[in-house]
Design a protein around this ligand. Structure first.
Ligand SMILES: *[C@@H]1O[C@H](CO)[C@@H](O)[C@H](O)[C@H]1NC(C)=O
Ligand SMILES: *[C@@H]1O[C@H](CO)[C@@H](O)[C@H](O)[C@H]1NC(C)=O
Ligand SMILES: *[C@@H]1O[C@H](CO)[C@@H](O)[C@H](O)[C@H]1NC(C)=O
Ligand SMILES: *[C@@H]1O[C@H](CO)[C@@H](O)[C@H](O)[C@H]1NC(C)=O
Ligand SMILES: *[C@@H]1O[C@H](CO)[C@@H](O)[C@H](O)[C@H]1NC(C)=O
Ligand SMILES: *[C@@H]1O[C@H](CO)[C@@H](O)[C@H](O)[C@H]1NC(C)=O
Ligand SMILES: *[C@@H]1O[C@H](CO)[C@@H](O)[C@H](O)[C@H]1NC(C)=O
Ligand SMILES: *[C@@H]1O[C@H](CO)[C@@H](O)[C@H](O)[C@H]1NC(C)=O
Length: 306
């Protein structure tokens, strides 16, 4: 029961938050123009779309606290720009715009354009959103004992983004999972770095292609869970070939030795039925190495098949 109540309350809260966010967005989108700029890049803030008439004055400032950024006045001198914006802006009153370059994260926020015509004054609010592209993620793979640990890291991005993993073919959630993830800001640039590592159980997939992405930056594709048997098989076959060659060699050597011994004994004067019995025994003695050879081949084949 208590669990149900808690869940209910949580759902209600979530709904309220969503409603609040939606309403805030709605209020904002009513009279705020959204402009997106990249860290280090440049944007043009559109203060008016009415360029038929030349304004008497046009200036841009930021509220809370008020910072004068730049402007134009037909007859008066304007104050010097706030030091944060020195040498980074240019106002074009004929186009009704202000250009801002060398964008910093601290530039994110609300800007007010004040435009004065002989008959009326206008104000336009512009919201500047600043982004920074995350670096192409680095991926490292470490496989051991039928499982792989894969890490993905990317840095210097804004705003905060999560690492997204993509496994091809898709793997059942019970066979992989995030084991470690973290994120942090650089104290100087205030840009984000993110890190995520996953563990993959290779028992169900012999081969898996995977990549990770952070805010649109996509890593290279990596193949994991390659069957180690490929290398094991090649080692086994190499060993078996060497063993077979060695056995053939041994058989040849032993049979030639026996031939030599036979001819030597024949020269010593062994004659009659006794000597023919002897040679029969020796012929029988030649067989065991061949059986051994066949047995070894069978053993090798069985190992390969398994
Ligand atoms: C802006 O440029 C002027 C002239 O080039 C220079 O004297 C001044 O130091 C610069 N200000 C900043 C904050 O870089
Ligand atoms: C950032 O990413 C966007 C979209 O992928 C791209 O258009 C833009 O050129 C990138 N900026 C930089 C500085 O690489
Ligand atoms: C490999 O995994 C098995 C079971 O998951 C475990 O019993 C064994 O100790 C592991 N071997 C190594 C070398 O980690
Ligand atoms: C990615 O790897 C390169 C080269 O090894 C390195 O310079 C860079 O810092 C790495 N980036 C991250 C986010 O780890
Ligand atoms: C994923 O694994 C779980 C538990 O091992 C299993 O019950 C489920 O059927 C699997 N799903 C798929 C799509 O294979
Ligand atoms: C998670 O990753 C961080 C950074 O690499 C490392 O310092 C930490 O020990 C890791 N934690 C675990 C539980 O693996
Ligand atoms: C991998 O999955 C198999 C079943 O598919 C399971 O028997 C095995 O214990 C799992 N290994 C690990 C390390 O979770
Ligand atoms: C994995 O990548 C390799 C090389 O890019 C490709 O040949 C193979 O078809 C891919 N496998 C899957 C399941 O997409």
């Amino acid at each position: 029961m208590t669990v149900d109540y808690r869940m209910c309350a949580r759902r209600l809260l979530r709904r309220c938050v969503i409603l609040f966010l939606v309403s805030v967005q709605f209020i904002q989108s009513k009279d705020v123009t959204m402009v997106i700029g990249e860290v280090g890049g440049a944007v043009t803030l559109p203060c008016t779309s009415d360029i038929q008439r030349l304004p008497n004055h046009l200036y841009v400032q930021r509220p809370d606290p008020n910072k004068f950024i730049n402007g134009y006045h037909k007859t008066r001198d304007l104050p010097s720009p706030h030091p944060e914006y020195a040498n980074r802006t240019q106002v074009d009153h004929t186009q009704g715009t202000m250009r801002l370059w060398n964008i910093r994260l601290s530039d994110e926020g609300l800007y007010e354009c004040h435009i004065g015509y002989p008959t009326k004054n206008n104000q336009k609010n512009i919201q500047l959103r600043v982004t920074a592209n995350y670096s192409i993620p680095n991926v490292t793979v470490a496989c051991d004992n039928g499982s792989c640990l894969v890490t993905c890291s990317s840095d210097n991005g804004y705003p905060r983004r999560d690492v997204e993993w993509s496994l091809n073919p898709p793997l059942n959630q019970s066979h992989w999972g995030v084991v470690n993830s973290s994120g942090g800001t650089d104290p100087v640039s205030m840009l984000f770095s993110v890190f995520s590592s996953i563990s993959i159980n290779c028992s169900s997939e012999p081969r898996l292609n995977l990549s990770c992405a952070v805010g649109g930056a996509l890593s290279q594709e990596h193949t994991v869970c390659r069957h180690p048997d490929i290398s094991v098989i090649s080692v086994i076959s190499a060993v078996s070939v060497i063993a077979a060659v060695l056995l053939c060699f041994l058989v040849l050597v032993s049979s030639s030795k026996k031939k030599k011994a036979q001819t030597a004994r024949g020269n010593q004067g062994g004659k009659g039925p006794a000597s023919s019995e002897d040679s029969k025994k020796r012929n029988r003695n030649r067989v065991p190495p061949l059986i051994l050879l066949v047995d070894t081949h069978q053993i090798i084949l069985e190992t390969l098949v398994n």
